[in-house]
Write a protein that binds this ligand. Sequence first.
Ligand code: ADP
Ligand code: ASP
Ligand code: MG
Length: 410
Amino acid sequence: MALVVQKYGGTSVANTNRIKRVAKRVIERKKQGDDIVVVLSAMAGQTNYLIDLALEMQPQPDKREMDVLLSTGEQVTIALFSMAVKNLGFDAESFLGFQIPIETDTAHTKARIKNIPTDKLKRALKQGKIPVVAGFQGIDASGSITTLGRGGSDTTAVAVAVALNADVCEIYTDVDGVYTTDPNICPSARKIEKISYEEMLEMASLGAKVLEIRSVEFAMRYNMPLHVRSSFTNSPGTLVVKEDKSMEDVLVSAVTYSRDEARITVKKVPDKPGIAAALFSPISEANIVVDMIIQNTREGNLTDMTFTVPKNDLEQALEIVKKTAEKIGAEAVVGDKNIAKVSIVGVGMRNHAGVASKMFDILARHGINILMISTSEIKVSCVIDEKFTELAVRALHEGFGLDKEGFSEG
Ligand code: ADP
Ligand code: ASP
Ligand code: MG
């Protein structure tokens, strides 16, 4: 008998019929003898709807109250799901974050989980019930409700699985696994049977929304196997596990894209020691994460600094940078939202040269100009004009042989 934590995302619980269907699936599995703990998201679209309501009240909604509001989405689904289970003659018990309690820090809207006591979940399991946990939410030391950041139900599921020492954490979603690229924009994308935590972590941080980054970090740290599957079919999905030797045979495992970043250029900065510190310290003090940075030397002792920040933080970052630019005597500050980042990911890259240049070549052959580049051991990313995103993803997917069966030797 296995202990399985199953997480169902927003599309899987988008309406009452789907909730009833998920309840049937869970019960079928329970009948086979496994112990199941269920973690649910809010109905698809609900969290966005609640954010829109908040924005009608306050242009920058109070974060504590935002968490009180956003946590209601998951409250609805866990209650409805538990009713559906009971209606089928089985027993379920719903748990909000504070009832378990899922203890977090106080960083409202992006809180981190610190501890999850398991006594209540274990008691419910012992009583033959299906515990149903609200994803995405917790409680801080002062008793305030917190949320974990968008997509945070994945993190709840993995953390609950780790706390319970479950055998596997199954993530049910609207695609039947992790694909070589987003199947919704590249029809020739293929399902990956098995992928390493490291690659999955890169993919998640480079825009593949199928798993939330922190859930992969958690799983990797505690070696919790993840199984990404469809809630609409019974086909096996993708296993996210420790790297094994065979994974290195594949040069490029996946192509990802992100439209979530924006670019800031500071023009004609005097090129002297301390300038980078003067520019970037106030940005990091405001908790804004700078991703790529490039510096282009101009004539004389002037330079242009270009860097990327999350699109949601662009306005705040521009305000900060403009103040600094004035102080350090830069000529102008320009923001650009119309960029995208496309990336290739693969542990096989560690042992191969020439992967980056092949990527640049593929983009060039499709007439796509590269604005910025960054690399690490297992990925290469290029910033391009947003309007070329889909073209670039498809060209790279084909160029690295990902739409064919078997390996790609580049
Ligand atoms: P859920 O609501 O179940 O959490 P998400 O929308 O967060 O689902 O994640 C699933 C979506 O992730 C898919 O519909 C797909 O468009 C997107 N996605 C992006 N990249 C990939 C990829 N490489 N493989 C699978 N899905 C991907
Ligand atoms: N409901 C939250 C969101 O939409 C959390 C989740 O679905 O994972 O971001
Ligand atoms: Mg998700």
